[in-house]
Design a protein around this ligand. Sequence first.
Ligand SMILES: [Zn+2]
Length: 296
Amino acid sequence: MPAGTCKLCKSDADIKLSHFIPKFVGKWVKETSATGYIRSNNKINKRAQDIIKDYWLCESCEQLFSGWEREFANKIFYPFVSKGESEARYGSWLSKFCASLSWRTMTYVRSQNVVRSDRVSQTLDEAERALSSYLLGKSTNLGKYEQHLYPLEGISETSFAGAPPNLNRYLLRTMQMDLLETDKNSMVYTKLPGFMLLGLTGHEESSRMRSSRVALAEGRLSPRAYFWPTGFAGYLFDKVRSIEETYSGMDKMQKDKITQSILDNPERFMASKTFEAFQYDFDMFGSKAFSKPKGS
Ligand SMILES: [Zn+2]
C-alpha cells in the first residue's frame, strides 16, 4: 500500500485502493448482465473486469464508507433492484451514504482536470469541505448541500418529450458520475442502476424538491411524485443518448463477442436484468429500441 494523504480526512497514512462507485454495485451489474462483463462507457471496445478505482482513502475512512454502503446495499439496493420492492425505512446511514457518494463523485470528476470558472470552483470547494466535515462527524447537518435520492423503475411512458429509446436501460443498468453546471446551479450527479442521486450546492428550487430529499435522521422511501429541477430532463436525455452513441460506436469484433456470449448461454441472457431492461424499452419504443449502426 502506498503512503500518501487521505483525500477525506487529510491524514498521512497508507492509502488503500478503493472504488468510486461502491464495489457491490459493479458486482451486481456484472452478475445480472447478459454476458457477465461490464463495459466502461469510456472504453467501449474493452471488456472491463471492474469499475473505476484509485488510491485515495485511508483505512479508517474506507471503513467509515463501507459501513454505510452495507446498510444501503442490504436494506435498499438489493431489495429494490432484485426483488422489485419499492418501500424501505432508513436511518441516518442513508444521508451519510448519499453524502459519501456525492463527495466521491465530486472528487473523481474534479480529478479529471476540466477547466471551470472561479465561481464554480469556489462553489465546489465549499461543497467538498461541507460534505467532508459531515462525513467525518465534525458537523451534524448538511445545510444547503441537500442529498436527493430518486428510486427509478422501468417505465412505459413519460410526460417529457423526446425520450431516447434506450431510456430504461439507462435508468435500470447504468452507473455514471458527473457534475452538472448551469448559470445558477452546480449539482453533483451520481447514477446507480435503479437510482439517481443529486447532491445540491444550494438550489433555488430546493423547496419544490422535498419528496426526494433524504432526511438526516430517519425516513421512508416510497413511491411518490418526484420533482425534477428545471432543465434536468434535457440533461438526462442527453446523457442517455450519448450512451447509445457510445454503443453504436462499438466495433464489429466487440459486437460479435456479445452475440457469441448470448448464443453460448441463451438462458443466462433471457434471465438477465439487461434483457429485462431492454424489454421495457422495446415495450415503450418498439423497434427503435434496437441500436442502429452509426450514421443511419
Ligand atoms: Zn482518511
